[in-house]
Design a protein around this ligand. Structure first.
Ligand code: C5P
Length: 414
């Protein structure tokens, strides 16, 4: 759990006392912990206790200018790698399931991209109530997308004397789930992609017309950056060859900034000079560049109009595939029609191992959006990834690419 940022949300329920122990275990394992309490949570356990155990001030109010000036709800939402709501009361689950944002905890749960684990805790009759069960069932698609996890509840004797399901899991059991989720068994274990070298191209390219003008496209670079972040998190050595975008370089990634397709090709070639394991071409490279770049700012041509002759850019991913210097080569295919058929054609003509196909005719996903839905085309068939945040999707794609690399290496040895 070292360096993991875990946000523990405590809502109103007698099981809140167990959360103090959960915070202690997370801290002991090296995680950074911040606690957010609802009004109900603070009625069961003192915020001072949680402040002392977490080593950080406890956050309680949404509409508080002092608190927002410190670490506001959006900052908290972005800070967390994992959110654990323990206990998650029936009331909190109902608000959460309906997307309400009427206190700090429910608001940051709406604003975050981090996975949220709910540890339900309530009286067995409240748990059995069809309204609670309906709320739980309504989370099915979030669970499928990996955005929500349900940890518990346990069954047994309850604080009120009843017997049945609704007991919150013990702190030790929740801690184990958190460890498993973070891929940490408590022992020193290398991250899955440790020693794997990944090179990624991302963003648009700019093809100069003259010193002040260029031809480019709307690529935001978000998908390529999310892939770089996911690969680095999984322990890979990552080089990100990026076209001009305003995104920050993800932690642990070495970035080379380029402008044109020719510069991108040169940087990609340099990055694979000593070979690489996975090359991912997520950049939206301009197909053509002006044949001649004017030294001086071009003047208006008047009524005659302007003709710029264009010349074709080299295909970076095809060049890399052809060089044999990358063990697994992955391309992207942004299409507006017959998505998988065109993608399969690109896979073959460019000599790729895998291709990620997405339908850019849908405005809700793709280029500038924070979400994407894609089909990964592999030699063994297709895998669909439903619409989800590019961050979550990137982690799943990196996992799938790594599994393909292992299969390819194994086949080569045999
Ligand atoms: O041919 P098309 O541009 O649709 O192919 C898309 C895939 O090829 C993407 O992976 C993109 O990064 C890569 N590509 C490239 N160099 C180019 C054009 C596309 O690497 N000149």
């Amino acid at each position: 759990m070292k360096e993991r940022k875990v946000l523990v949300g405590i809502t109103g329920g007698i099981a809140a006392y167990k959360s103090a122990q959960l915070v202690r275990l997370l801290k002991k394992a090296g995680a950074q912990v911040r606690v957010v309490m609802t009004e109900g949570g603070a009625a069961f356990i003192s915020p001072l206790t949680l402040q002392a155990l977490s080593g950080n001030p406890v956050h309680q109010t949404l509409l508080d200018s002092d608190a927002e000036a410190g670490m506001g709800h959006i900052e908290l939402a972005k800070w967390a790698d994992l959110i654990i709501i323990a206990p998650a009361s029936a009331d909190f689950i109902a608000r959460f399931a309906h997307g309400l944002a009427n206190d700090l905890l429910s608001t940051l749960c709406l604003a975050t991209e981090a996975p949220i684990a709910l540890a339900p805790a309530m009286n067995q009759a409240m748990w059995h109530n069809p309204r609670t069960q309906r709320n739980m069932h309504s989370l099915a698609s979030d669970i499928e997308r990996g955005q929500v996890l349900i940890w518990g509840p346990d069954s047994g004797e309850q604080a009120c004397g009843d017997h049945g399901p609704g007991r919150m899991l013990e702190a030790e059991a929740l801690f184990e789930r958190a460890q498993d989720f973070c891929g940490d068994t408590g022992k020193e274990k290398p991250l899955p992609l440790h020693g794997v070298k990944v090179v990624i191209t991302a963003g648009p390219t700019r093809e100069a017309i003259d010193p002040v003008r260029y031809i480019s496209n709307h690529s935001s670079g978000k998908m390529g950056y999310a892939l770089a972040e996911a690969a680095a998190r999984a322990g890979a050595d990552v080089i990100l060859v990026s076209g001009p975008v305003s995104l920050a370089c993800p932690e642990g990634v070495s970035r080379v900034m380029v402008s044109s397709a020719l510069e991108m090709l040169e940087a990609a070639n340099q990055s694979i000079a000593s070979e690489c394991d996975i090359f991912i071409a997520a950049a939206a490279v301009a197909d053509y560049r002006p044949e001649v770049v004017s030294d001086q700012k071009m003047k208006k041509q008047g009524d005659e109009g302007l003709v710029i002759r264009m010349t074709q850019n080299p295909d970076i991913v095809a060049t890399v595939a052809n060089s044999g210097r990358a063990r697994l080569v992955v391309g992207f295919a942004a299409e507006t029609q017959d998505v998988t058929a065109y993608a399969e054609k690109k896979l073959r003509t460019k000599g790729l191992d895998l291709i990620v196909a997405n339908d850019v005719s849908n405005n809700a996903i793709g280029f500038n959006s924070d979400e994407n839905a894609v089909t990964l085309i592999t030699p063994h068939g297709q895998v669909e990834f439903v619409q989800q945040s590019k961050r979550l999707l990137a982690a799943k794609l990196i996992e799938a690419m790594y599994s393909e690399l292992k299969q390819k290496n194994k086949a080569k040895k045999a």
